[in-house]
Design a protein around this ligand. Structure first.
Ligand SMILES: [Zn+2]
Length: 114
């Protein structure tokens, strides 16, 4: 990976951390709506609960991904970044562009069942 590419990835990761942070805020406000907006209708209350559990799932996935991105951001300046933890080969740049927090190449991910 060239220093220019590394710099580009740093910016990609930065942007993704920022937009994911915003997304997490949105999900958070969907999970905890302002008081008074809640409904006393029982059916609506059940669907609210169902929606809430979907939001919770999204919230968990988003926070996990945010942690991985933050980790990648700390690593992006080190030679470790972009190297598969398993086979120690370079992770293809095309894959890193899609998933900049990757720590495994696709082959190893499949092998590890991730
Ligand atoms: Zn690998």
């Amino acid at each position: 990976m060239t220093p220019t590419e590394r710099e580009a990835f740093k910016q990609i990761i930065e942007k993704q951390i920022e937009s994911l942070g915003n997304e997490i805020e949105e999900i958070r406000s969907a999970i905890y709506p302002n008081r008074g907006e809640g409904t006393s209708d029982k059916v609506a209350h059940i669907s609210f609960k169902q929606e809430q559990s979907i939001h919770f799932q999204r919230y968990e996935e988003a926070t996990k991904r945010l942690n991985r991105l933050k980790h990648a951001y700390l690593k992006v300046d080190t030679p470790e970044y972009g190297i598969c933890k398993e086979c120690e080969e370079e992770i293809p740049l095309e894959r890193l562009k899609l998933v900049p927090e990757s720590i495994y190449c696709v082959a190893c991910m499949n092998e590890l069942g991730l």
